[in-house]
Write a protein that binds this ligand. Structure first.
Ligand SMILES: Cc1cc2nc3c(=O)[nH]c(=O)nc-3n(C[C@H](O)[C@H](O)[C@H](O)COP(=O)(O)OP(=O)(O)OC[C@H]3O[C@@H](n4cnc5c(N)ncnc54)[C@H](O)[C@@H]3O)c2cc1C
Length: 804
């Protein structure tokens, strides 16, 4: 056994083999894979082998497209067969909501270059005559859907990796992983010890156990899953061509041809987790006992949708476990808090996603960043607050919802409420309708008296419309109050703090008492963050950014940390409120003896201040684009601060507002949001954040070269704002934007700007097609809506209100 390696991949399922192959493909050949048994000895061997591109997250859909395209390449490189059947697939819609979802997906595919197609019932019948189309409104056809041979494909990855120089050692069980001071890992096995520069956990069913060897918990859980293979069916084997895949979300089933019969699997509601407390090491090539009672209802439904099944005999039943993360997406990337330890776990659709996961991880390890924004699958999207207690109900919910309609405004109920702020009961008493961000209950809006405390999930404008409108109007016409808990916050201190920030951030680092907005760039120039930096003293700074991205940001900071600087995550230990609107100054003045006049506390100032009895930090800035203040305090003084502001606000009609109103208010000013307009998919110049880059500073800040090159050449696309002639549904994200009938861009977000009564969309157009007076078309749920390019903010265009 080798004693040193650059990378030790633990686990020889489809994912581990794909990671190994992609490492060699990108140039690292001194890499090895350790497998405790034979390759495919986890979930992989009993998979149904189906693959498809459909995924609500655009980057995951693209990753799945890459995976599917890769199989031909693997066959060519290795001369081995992956047993490919590119038969195409139809996803059925039996309700208007489901059809809306498919239409929204089709619209996204237009700019992604995927050739999917919306079909009517008769076209479905023509393609898949065994489907009973009663009650079916239509479907989405994807020519790329198909299936393969799971074992053959995994061995093809392995062969390709070996051809690139990798070593694979089977019958070698990893028993311990220990970090060394130099960043390497000691990997102990039952066959000897290896020193590895990097460790990849691709342990699949045993990923939890492998993670525990490194002292960490990864939020994933195996679920037991069944599919049935039928005896030969004449209507199938007498067909001239192979039967297409058919997903019937209403019946929670997927069906395809298997040999001369059919194979049908179910995501049943009475599902069961498997081995909640850990996967036994002696589990291997056995299957679980059949459990027909779990899928009785699904089978009865399937008989109606596919009547041919009723008379078909059962040849075999495959019942096996595979792992899920709480949101169903993989857990990929550098594990926060550990050096050179990487996760490639919880890949629930290894044959749709394994290739893309392997590519992304290899890029991350070798190039330092991924080509596409990895956020949807980044292992850091779950913080240290995740526990098995949280994971179990969330994974069950996810499994049950696998084929459910997924609405843009939906808030899933499992494992809630979990993390709450000191304001939770006060907000509840005021009628709050909560959402969840990073496990934390956050107010979406306050229900109007007599209205339900529940937002109806919809692709169209929801029942929250009037309530959100009232909150928006209260801010613009008086003053609104909103909790600040859901910002990611960091305290940066030390003699080298300023110099370090200058290198990490592309923008200007402000002087004491001032704050500045700045992008944080990757070496490629892509956006790693969009921060507010507040200088509290020469050696003390506060950074604020997205709450949900706090672990991703902290991981980036730690990767680039220097002596003389400390970074502390204070997201949950510093909280507060923002007050915004024309009366905000009056409210603040009534709560403090400090001078808060426009000259004493001007736009972008930051001051320590006593508010009521609480020692606070007050920043003169507001994401609402209005006159506003962010007021930070400690959690123990949070309620006092609320009562102080609330009492003072009564004279001015103060009203609480939630995230829905905030997202509407920012649209008046075309302010972008993290993970929508600003993400690792885009550069500063594309999004307009380059206006905050301080090119004049002498520092070699990260991403400088790329940003300068882009400044010289100009970005090929730019973020624009549009007024959309939409009537009942607004832009959500990724709707295609067309000019003269040709798709040229896509939306990043949108919604209804209540104050200015405009349906606003933000999205990218090619730079050379941006001109005053441009009118585009944006497809929303199959409707082509006229979209007028806007170049002036709809509210306070010269910033008088905001800066006054
Ligand atoms: C019934 C069923 C049907 C499915 N159908 C499909 C489908 O149609 N399409 C699809 O895309 N996916 C399907 N899946 C899911 C698919 O099987 C998984 O996504 C995939 O197998 C995950 O692969 P993996 O490599 O992550 O994990 P695994 O296959 O579990 O591989 C992990 C490997 O790591 C090894 N290992 C673990 N610990 C150690 C250690 N300490 N030392 C050394 N080696 C170790 C194990 O022996 C194992 O070989 C299905 C799953 C099931 C159960």
């Amino acid at each position: 056994m080798e004693t040193h390696t650059r990378v030790c991949v633990i686990g020889g399922g489809v994912v581990g083999c794909s990671v190994l192959y992609h490492l060699t493909k990108l140039g690292w050949s001194d890499v090895m894979l350790l497998e405790r048994s034979e390759l495919t000895s986890g979930s992989t061997w009993h998979a149904a082998g189906g693959f498809h591109t459909l995924n609500g997250d655009t980057n995951m859909a693209a990753l799945q497209g890459y995976t599917i395209g890769l199989y031909k390449e693997l066959e060519e490189i290795t001369g081995m067969s992956c047993g490919l059947h590119h038969v195409g697939g139809i996803t059925l819609a039996d309700t208007p909501e489901r059809f809306d979802m498919l239409k929204a997906e089709r619209a996204k595919h237009r700019y992604m270059g995927l050739h999917t197609e919306i079909l009517g019932p008769s076209e479905i019948k023509e393609m898949a005559e065994l489907v009973n189309t009663d009650g079916i409104l239509g479907g989405l056809y994807d020519p790329l859907d198909g299936h393969l041979d799971p074992s053959g494909t995994t061995h093809a990855y392995a062969r390709a990796a070996k051809m690139g120089g990798a070593t694979i050692q089977t019958h070698t069980k990893v028993t311990a992983t220990t970090p060394n001071p130099d960043g390497t890992w000691t990997v102990e096995t039952d066959q000897g010890t290896v020193i590895a520069e990097h460790v990849v956990n691709a342990g699949g069913l045993w990923a939890r156990e492998v993670a525990a060897m490194a002292g960490i918990y990864l939020p994933l859980l195996p679920m037991a899953h069944q599919y049935i293979v039928t005896d030969d069916i004449p209507a199938i084997y007498e067909r001239g061509t192979e039967f297409p895949h058919v997903i019937d979300p209403g019946g929670e089933s997927y069906l395809r041809q298997e040999g001369r019969g059919l194979c049908i699997g179910f995501y049943e509601k009475p599902c069961e987790p498997w081995s909640v407390d850990g996967t036994p090491w002696d589990f291997g090539h056995e299957l679980l006992n059949d459990q027909f009672e779990k899928i009785e209802d699904s089978i009865a439904f399937a008989y109606r949708r596919f009547p041919v099944l009723e008379t078909a005999g059962v040849k075999s039943v495959i019942h096996g476990p595979f792992t899920f993360a709480p949101d169903g997406n993989p857990l990929v990337g550098p594990v926060p808090g550990l050096r050179n330890y990487w996760s490639a776990c919880a890949v629930m659709a290894g044959f749709s996603q394994g290739g893309g996961v392997g590519l992304a991880l290899a890029q991350w390890m070798i190039e330092g960043e991924t080509e596409r924004d990895p956020r949807a699958m980044d292992v850091a999207r779950f913080g240290k607050w995740t526990t098995p207690g949280y994971t179990v109900p969330k994974v069950i919910e996810n499994y049950q919802n696998r084929f459910s309609v997924s609405y843009p405004n939906e808030e899933l109920p499992a494992a809630r409420p979990f993390r709450t702020t000191m304001m939770y009961d006060i907000w509840s008493d005021m009628g709050a309708v909560f959402g969840q961000t990073y496990g934390l209950e956050v107010v979406n809006y306050f229900a109007l008296p007599g209205e339900p405390r529940y937002e109806t999930p919809s692709f169209r404008r929801s029942n929250a419309w009037e309530a959100v409108r009232a909150e928006v109007m209260a801010v613009r016409n008086g003053v609104g109050l909103n909790e600040l808990q859901n910002f990611g916050k960091f305290r940066v201190t030390g003699p080298r703090a300023r110099a370090w920030l200058d290198r990490i951030m592309a923008g200007r680092i402000p002087g004491p008492g001032r704050l500045a907005l700045t992008p944080m760039l990757a070496p490629s120039g892509k956006l790693m963050g969009d921060f507010t930096v507040s200088c509290l003293g020469e050696a003390e700074f506060q950074l604020t950014a997205s709450y949900g991205a706090q672990d991703q940001h902290l991981r980036w900071f730690e990767t680039h940390l220097e002596d003389g600087v400390s970074v502390d995550n204070i997201s949950d230990s510093r909280t507060g409120f923002q007050i915004a609107g024309p009366k905000a100054r009056d409210v603040l003045a009534a709560c403090t003896r400090a001078d808060v006049s426009g000259t004493a506390l001007s736009f972008l100032d930051v001051r320590p201040m006593t508010i009521g009895m609480a020692q606070c930090l007050v920043q003169r800035v507001s994401y609402t684009g209005d006159l506003g203040y962010e007021i930070y305090c400690s959690p123990s003084e949070h309620r006092h601060l609320f009562h102080t502001l609330w009492a003072a606000g009564q004279a001015h009609g103060i009203r609480p507002f939630g995230m829905r109103a905030m997202m509407s208010l920012r649209l008046d000013k075309f302010f972008g949001a993290w993970s929508r307009e600003y993400s690792q998919d885009y550069t500063a110049a594309e999004t307009g954040l380059d206006r905050f880059i301080q090119f004049a500073k002498p520092t070699a800040f990260i991403g400088r070269q790329a940003a300068e090159a882009e400044r010289a050449a100009g970005p090929a696309r730019r973020l624009c704002a549009f007024a959309v002639e939409a009537t009942e549904a607004d832009v959500v994200a990724y709707e295609p934007i067309s000019l003269a009938g040709e798709v040229v861009g896509f939306c990043t977000s949108g919604g209804y700007a209540h104050y200015t009564d405009t349906s606003v969309a933000l999205g990218f157009l090619p730079s050379d097609q941006i001109a005053d007076g441009v009118t585009a078309s944006i497809e929303i749920l199959g409707q082509h809506c006229t979209a007028r390019l806007l170049t002036t903010p709809l509210f306070d265009p010269d910033g008088t209100r905001m800066r006054g």
